[in-house]
Design a protein around this ligand. Structure first.
Ligand code: NDP
Ligand code: GDR
Length: 357
């Protein structure tokens, strides 16, 4: 039975990946942080009492800022594959916590690789590093490929560039099977609540149900290449199943404005929006409502821009070219943006309908 170790197992991708690997027959170990409140909601359904037989999902307390626990866990587990998904992953928050992000997102990757090396597991253990389209930052060329130069635009992006290169370096220096997946934005009903897509679908659900007045949002003009997390975690696994370690861009190849995502989310509820004004004065008003379930006033301003959510430096445009992954890994996404919006809005409506009843 293959053993996998996942850092960031309590996050969006960690939860989907753990479920995927369990279905493939792996024994899955996850690193979770000690928190003062529960942080395992996304994986609780996978968890079984350790006293039962054939338990294949095991959690360990740990933190990427602490090399000693990483060494202990890796020694204990002797994993065949490590997926380093743990990170402070919010770009805007990284401007407020730059040193922490450098430590966890940057040095954390090195601590894992070094633990594998000093434990003599360099030949056995394959390592996947969760790299990101945020490495591209300021647009150098589109679509972005594995060869596009990096120009990160946030402390998060800068920390992740260290993690990217230390992964390449350990591969070249110690012959380790260490790979980067350069993943573009990917979303799902499990997406963290402060990322823009989930913030939009939650607000849409609350507004149509009469639980919230308006969505306050930042830059509506940035463009993202949005895929589905379920497709992207499969790519992570495929990357580690190859004969040779390598780095791959994972993306849909299509880009969409944040404003368009907002429009799509409301349309999913039968509400057509009209955007008027510019920059911080822009608002989204209800133009029509074809769903008799929702009592919403025509002309109501349901989307308002709040510059608090602007970033000191922004990544304006991301479009990924994943030809290499599609050719070498045989990877193809199954979901498009319409599916994603539909799933996320439906899930959030279901969530908040309980509050109305
Ligand atoms: P989430 O923010 O949903 O999950 C992050 C995970 O990392 C959580 O389990 C979190 O634990 C854990 N974590 C945070 N700090 C530490 C720490 N100090 N030590 C150990 N674990 C920690 O992110 P996603 O699932 O969306 O993303 C997974 C990875 O992929 C991240 O590294 C992210 O940067 C990267 N990425 C994500 C993309 C996306 O669009 N989703 C695109 C490209 C890359 P807790 O639950 O306790 O907070
Ligand atoms: P991103 O995702 O920064 O691309 O990083 P996020 O959803 O946070 O932002 C996408 C774009 O939307 C704009 N935006 C807002 N963003 C947030 N969070 N909140 C708002 O209110 C808001 N209004 C507008 C942002 O300015 C930005 O342009 C995500 C994370 O998952 C990273 O960990 C990952 O590496 C990258 O995707 C690829």
């Amino acid at each position: 039975m293959k053993k996998a170790l996942i850092t960031g197992v309590t996050g969006q991708d960690g939860a989907y990946l753990a479920e995927f690997l369990l279905e493939k027959g792996y024994e899955v170990h996850g690193v979770k942080r000690r928190a003062s409140s529960f942080n395992t909601q996304r994986i609780d359904h996978l968890f079984r009492d350790l006293h039962e037989e054939n338990v294949r999902f095991i959690l360990h307390y740990g933190d990427l800022s602490d090399a000693t626990n990483l060494i202990r866990i890796i020694q204990e587990v002797q994993p065949d594959e490590i997926y380093n998904l743990g990170a402070m992953s919010h770009v805007k928050v990284s401007f407020d916590t730059p040193e922490y992000v450098a430590n966890v997102d940057g040095l954390g990757a090195m601590r894992l690789l070094e633990a594998v090396r000093i434990l003599g597991l360099a030949e056995k253990t394959k390592v996947y590093q969760a790299s990101t389209s945020e490495l591209y930052g300021l647009v150098q060329e589109v679509p972005q490929t594995e060869k596009t130069p990096f120009y990160p635009r946030s402390p998060y992006g800068v920390a992740k560039i260290y993690a990217y290169w230390i992964t390449v370096n350990y591969r070249e220096a110690y012959n380790m099977f260490a790979c980067n997946g350069i993943l573009f934005n990917h979303e799902s009903p499990l997406r963290g609540e402060t990322f823009v897509t989930r913030k939009i679908t939650m607000a849409t659900a609350k507004i149509v149900l009469g639980l919230q007045d308006a969505l306050y949002i930042g830059n509506l003009n940035s463009q993202r290449d949005w895929g589905h997390a379920k497709d992207y975690i499969e790519a992570m696994w495929l990357i580690l199943q190859q004969d040779k370690p390598d780095d791959f861009v994972i993306s849909t190849g299509k880009t969409t404005l944040v404003r368009e995502f907002v429009r799509m989310a409301f349309l999913e509820c039968g509400i057509e929006l009209e955007f008027v004004g510019e920059n911080e004065n822009e608002v989204g008003k209800v133009k029509s409502c074809s769903n008799p379930k929702y009592q919403i006033e025509i002309g109501k301003e349901v989307v308002k821009v709040d510059p608090t959510y602007y970033r000191p430096t922004e990544v304006d445009l991301l479009i990924g070219d994943s030809t290499k992954a599609r050719t070498v890994l045989g990877w193809e996404p199954k979901f498009d943006l319409n599916d994603i919006v539909k799933q996320m809005v439906a899930s959030d409506i279901e969530l908040f309908e309980k509050e109305v009843k």
